[in-house]
Design a protein around this ligand. Structure first.
Ligand code: SME
Length: 157
């Protein structure tokens, strides 16, 4: 396992392109989900300095807070609730340019302005979500969706 994260000093695309193979190497050598989600959160945070980066895991039919980087967050989210619960229910990534425009958005922090939630699949079922919040409006776009879905896919093993 590499002990130092290399962070590209360039565009969003270049940063993801440098990050992904390092995450792949980390996850390939470890089977524990908590360990992998913790390192993925840390590496995304180190690379982009987003407001909040973390995972919720499906446990007994509810999303339960998992490994994350950032401030205190709500611990349980029901299916269909908030951005996370909706991404889980719809089984697809949701990009929210302005959280105030998303009906039912769960405000863990009033400082969060935009968000992306990516379902994590294993053998065709959603086992959790990767949630990233930004303190700026419109932070996330198609580039983030494409790369973060590749990141989530690393856990499908
Ligand atoms: N905003 C999310 C809740 C989780 S926090 O952002 C960490 C939602 O609406 O599901």
């Amino acid at each position: 396992m590499s002990e130092n994260l290399i962070i590209a000093d360039g565009s969003k695309e270049e940063r993801y392109a440098t990050l992904l193979p390092q995450l792949k190497a980390l996850v390939e050598s470890e089977n524990d989900d908590i360990a992998n989600m913790a390192n993925i959160s840390a590496c995304i945070m180190d690379t982009f300095r987003f407001w909040w980066v973390g995972f919720y895991r499906v446990i007994d039919g509810v999303l339960v807070l998992g490994p994350f980087q950032g401030p205190l967050a709500c611990t349980r989210i029901k299916k269909g609730k908030g951005v996370c619960g909706t991404a889980w229910q719809n089984e697809e990534t949701i990009v929210v340019p302005d959280v105030e425009q998303f009906p039912g958005h769960i405000a863990c922090s009033s400082l969060s302005k935009s968000e992306i939630v990516v379902p994590v699949f294993r053998n065709g079922s959603v086992i959790g979500v990767l949630d990233i919040d930004s303190e700026n409006l419109g932070t996330f776009d198609e580039t983030d969706r494409i790369w973060l879905e590749k990141v989530a896919a690393l856990l499908d093993k």
